[in-house]
Design a protein around this ligand. Structure first.
Ligand code: SF4
Length: 1018
């Protein structure tokens, strides 16, 4: 039976949508009738099918997930039950630059009728009575019993181990962020019970980390966002650009702000040319690209380096003479970028760092340009211009660079001896000249196209938008570190029409992130004793009081990078802390901080998240979270989850609490880094006994005798909030009182909970780094030099400070164990003239990702994966039929994309029960392959295949498309991990195949495009 037929016959009990709303708000948000069926559904079997007439009242609002959106839908109700959802359609649409856009919703929010009212919703608290992972052990218990037992268990763990024993898994599946109240709640137990400060978020770890060292312009402080990111000019500014480059940026599918794709549409109509650089021919490329550059995944840094090479050779000839029409402006670069050229006596913008200038020098042949040029010596012959000499303490007449590249051709891995990479080296091309022809072989992008791209950056106004895809591989630090430099040296920075980063406007502090900003009795996340445990300050050139206000030096106002990093841990390797903290276990990734965290993680919370699914190597996570000590007790003593549905994470939990989802509780939100502010109204009741997390937290606090304390907001006003509604109202009005939002809570209800954006593009205008470009001496960046850092000594030192030990670095291919050309690099932990090879250098390089490929087969394949038959590379993206794992069970979306073993459409039956388990057999995730592989694999469209590697195996249904490059296997993020009786993941979770190996420098996640696979008919 088709999903639509099941839904048509479905009976849903009446629920009161008015419950929880104030009468005034309810009256205001319920609007007039509409929605009559004038359009035609698409249905292959019934082309004349008409949508049902649904009139009556609707609620206007937003119910986003971790999708990047924050879009507006109309929720039509009959007797309190949502019967139909359509997009924002009443308000005037048109030119977004004139503020005339509707905030239209996608198929996900518009499919929620099935999702909310599925029969397998969790409706009562569950308690595991057998072993973790045994679904037959779950019994339904009362809320009173659940609250009583959970409250006692949490308190007991705190008493025994202290506050640092709790880990709250990232859980942003609905953007009310109420799930984080559980973590805040634990702060009631004691002052030390604040979570470890995770300085690197799970989504953008490489971006976040490098931002602190390379181009920290204060954006994080300005907006108090929990995620520090480099951001481009506001979205409306792209109309001032000649070219918009979308580099691994796919807003037509993976939203980054609800209207971002509409900005691009309108910009093209104004003549802005769009270039899409992506290994997959994405919906964004299809819809918007004037020029599509299909790059081999993970090789972006090679492309960037070759573009920079092209710029250098169009500035100086082979003898070092300045050309007549130079592409690069040496003076501009020395003024704003530290270390693009050698600088043995630099002039920094901070007096105290300048006084220590030799410590932050760029030695001969150590600069980024020296690395790019390899053995080409033109820059050692070129003479520094007199204008450029103003920005260094070197004397005029000095050569541009003082030496050719000192970097070796290979680099090793800082991994334990048990790792297959131990003692091996990958190419880092230190002595190679990074010509377009060199990059063509690696990237698959033609040398002519590389030259064309380079010229575009030099000769036109370019805005570059990036997102997470650029970073998600084991060498993902490199393109992330190079990108801002590429834009900066081409003057695409600090003025209208020119910028680099995430598309954005200034973000609101409170909507959607309230637990971080206006925490209930929570205050902001503090830090544990991580610093003392595991950060070696002696490896930093500047230490202690020299570093700024974070360590008590009020004379400096710039919060320098190392101080931030030493107080935190890398979130993407959280499973390593679970395995190692407080034990003698050695970090799997040789991440020093995992080994030196002394408090064991005993309590694990996850509300509105799915940590088994959404972190690398799902099978390993299950193993670690179900491991026992010698006495037969679980190492992690409490796993507590809350969700709408029974997930893979529920399966290994001790308690599973039924929660209200977006639309079933109150909240407020904004787009990812964008300015739309929206109320998330309570539209319908949650089923059964499901509660929102505010209420769950309140009850636990009450069990501790601390209810009133919990309900008092943590901003010093002593305001008491009693419900999720009051909390949202308080947050919204706080933002309003601080001028972040145009309307107060009552006013926003009158316009359907949507902060009218008609005026916002002008109000949120922001030119990133404008003050810095205007007067860098007066407005230095918050980096060591005050400039953008192409040579980042502080990042290198931070890496070494965070490691408990560094293994011996393996020698270069020629047997050399020192840097080339008598080169040296300064770090505090070695000496001013260290000639040692390293695992991390102070410049961005191109290093092949561990399990990736090159266009010409030159990838080193150090783990011998090709010989083992792992010839496909996983290409995971945020496809548009889920938001991460959220809505992975939505039947209508399932039916569009999933197939059974006969190749027929398949979906997770909305009538099933949660006791049926996480996933049903014979409903398979699509794997997208290029048609060239059909005959070699012996499979046809719709055939079931086994996709496997050393970490796991899953079933999938083959879909052939030319949008996917040969040897790439596209699998969407978030299929529901569910291992069947034959040991195969029937839910198709891409992370059952991910290595979890973190990136080289930031220890950020890699699980997207850096996992080799084998595919076989099954
Ligand atoms: S992008 Fe997100 S908020 Fe917007 S409609 Fe889609 S699922 Fe909903």
């Amino acid at each position: 039976m088709k999903v639509t037929e099941i839904l048509k016959n479905k009976k849903v009990t009446r629920r009161s949508v008015l419950q929880g709303m104030s009468a005034a708000a309810a009256a205001a948000t319920l609007a007039g009738c509409g929605g009559s069926g004038t359009k035609t559904y698409f249905d292959e079997s019934d082309p004349n099918l008409q949508p049902p007439d649904v009139g009556g009242e609707y609620v206007l609002g937003s119910t986003p997930h971790n999708c990047g959106g924050g879009c507006v839908s109309k929720y039509y109700l009959e007797e309190g039950v949502v019967k139909r959802i359509v997009t924002d359609e009443d308000r005037e649409d048109g030119d977004v630059f004139a503020g005339k856009a509707q905030i239209r919703s996608c198929q996900r929010c518009r499919s929620k009728v099935d999702w909310w009212y599925r029969n397998d919703r969790l409706t009562k608290p569950l308690k595991q009575t057998k072993e973790r992972g045994d679904i037959t052990g779950f019994v339904e218990i009362s809320w009173d019993q659940a609250i009583s037992e959970i409250a006692a268990k949490i308190k007991g763990l705190y008493t025994t181990y202290g506050g640092a024993t709790f880990y709250n898994c990232l859980a942003p599946s609905d953007r009310t962020s109420q799930g984080n109240t559980i973590a805040n709640l634990t702060k009631l137990l004691g002052s030390d019970c604040s979570p470890v400060q995770w300085v690197l978020d799970l989504s953008y770890p490489q971006h976040t980390y490098s931002y602190f060292f390379i181009d920290h312009d204060g954006f994080a402080q300005e907006t108090a966002t929990s995620v520090a990111l480099r951001v481009a000019n506001n979205r409306a500014d792209i109309e001032n650009s000649d070219n918009l480059v979308l580099w691994a940026f796919n807003p037509a599918e993976a939203r980054v702000g609800p209207q971002t794709a509409w900005y691009i549409t309108n910009a093209r109509e104004k003549g802005v040319k769009v270039t899409v650089i992506d290994p997959r021919f994405t919906p964004t490329a299809e819809a918007f690209a004037d020029d599509y550059v299909g790059i081999t995944g993970t090789t972006d840094a090679a492309l960037m380096l070759a573009m920079l090479h092209e710029m250098i050779v169009n500035t100086w000839d082979e003898s070092g003479n300045l050309l007549a029409d130079p592409w690069l402006d040496e003076a501009f670069i020395r003024k704003y970028v530290h270390g693009f050229f050698d600088d043995t006596n630099p002039k920094h913008y901070y007096a105290d760092i300048s006084a220590n200038a030799t410590a932050y020098q760029v030695p001969a042949g150590a600069s980024l340009s020296a690395y790019i040029m390899g053995t080409d010596d033109r820059l050692t012959n070129a003479v520094m211009s007199s204008e450029a000499a103003d920005y260094t303490n070197m004397t005029a007449g000095t050569t541009v660079n003082q030496g050719v590249s000192i970097y070796p051709d290979t680099i090793g891995y800082n991994v334990p001896a048990t790792d297959g990479l131990y003692g091996k080296t990958a190419p880092c091309y230190g002595q190679i000249t990074k010509t377009p022809e060199w990059a063509e072989k690696i990237t698959g992008v033609s040398a002519d196209k590389i030259r064309e791209l380079a010229e575009m950056y030099v000769k036109t106004k370019v805005t570059t938008w990036v997102s997470g895809g650029l970073q998600r591989h084991t060498e993902g630090d490199m393109p992330v570190n190079l990108g801002p430099i590429l834009s900066a040296v081409t003057k695409n920075i600090g003025v209208e029409g020119r910028s680099y980063g995430f598309s954005h406007e200034v973000n609101y502090k409170y909507p959607g992130t309230m637990s971080d900003k206006v925490a209930l009795n929570g205050n902001n996340p503090g830090s544990s004793s991580i610093q003392a445990d595991s950060y070696d300050m002696t490896k930093l050139t500047l230490q202690g009081g020299e570093l700024g206000p974070y360590v008590g030096n009020t004379a400096r106002t710039n919060p320098l990078c190392n101080v931030i990093m030493m107080n935190g841990l890398s979130l993407p390797v959280w499973i390593d802390y679970v395995r190692c903290a407080g034990t003698s276990n050695v970090s799997k990734w040789n991440y020093g901080r995992s080994n030196t965290v002394t408090t064991p993680i005993k309590g694990l919370f996850c509300f509105g998240g799915n940590f088994v699914n959404q972190t690398g190597n799902s099978n390993e996570i299950v193993d670690v979270c179900t491991a026992k000590d010698g006495n037969g007790n679980y190492n992690v003593e409490l796993i507590l989850t809350g969700d709408l549905f029974f997930t893979a994470s529920s399966l290994i939990s001790d308690y599973v609490l039924p929660c209200a989802g977006p639309g079933e509780k109150w909240g407020e939100t904004c787009g990812w880094l964008t300015a739309e502010a929206l109320v998330m109204p309570k539209i319908t009741d949650a089923p059964g006994e499901a509660l929102n997390e505010f209420e769950i937290s309140r009850r636990i606090a009450a069990a501790w005798g601390q209810e009133e304390e919990f309900k008092t907001v943590g901003d010093g006003t002593n305001t008491v909030v009693n419900t999720d509604y009051e909390w949202s109202e308080y947050n919204w009005n706080k933002g309003y009182s601080e001028g972040q939002i145009d309307q107060d809570w009552d006013a926003i209800q009158l316009v359907g909970g949507v902060n009218m954006l008609e005026q916002r593009p002008n109000k949120v205008k922001r030119i990133a780094k404008e003050a810095f470009i205007t007067d860098p001496a007066a407005n230095p960046l918050n980096t060591m030099s005050g400039k953008i850092e192409a040579y980042y000594q502080a990042m290198l030192e931070d890496y070494e400070a965070a490691q408990s030990s560094l293994d011996t670095v393996t020698t270069d291919t020629d047997g050399s164990s020192v840097l080339k050309n008598s080169g040296h690099i300064y770090t505090a932990s070695t000496s001013a003239n260290s000639t040692s090879r390293r695992f991390v250098y102070p410049i961005p390089m191109y290093i092949p990702a561990v399990e990736a490929m090159h266009a010409d087969d030159s990838h080193p394949d150090l783990l011998g994966l090709t010989a083992k038959g792992f010839i496909f590379k996983k290409q995971t993206g945020h496809f548009n039929y889920r938001a991460h794992s959220t809505m992975g069970n939505e039947s209508l979306l399932n039916e569009l994309y999933k197939r059974n073993s006969a190749g027929e459409r398949a979906y997770l039956d909305p009538s099933r029960s949660y006791t049926d388990g996480v996933w049903d057999s014979d409903i398979y995730e699509p794997v997208y392959l290029n048609p060239v592989h059909a005959s070699e694999l012996g499979v046809a469209e719709g055939d079931r295949v086994k996709v496997s590697n050393s970490r796991g195996v899953l079933y999938a249904s083959v879909r052939f498309t030319n949008r996917m490059a040969p040897y790439n296997a596209g699998i969407g993020d978030g299929g529901w991990f569910s291992v069947g009786t034959d040991g195969v993941d029937i839910g198709g979770a891409t992370n059952s195949l991910s290595s979890g190996r973190p990136s080289r420098i930031a220890f950020g996640m890699s699980m997207s495009s850096d996992d080799r696979l084998k595919i076989e008919k099954a």
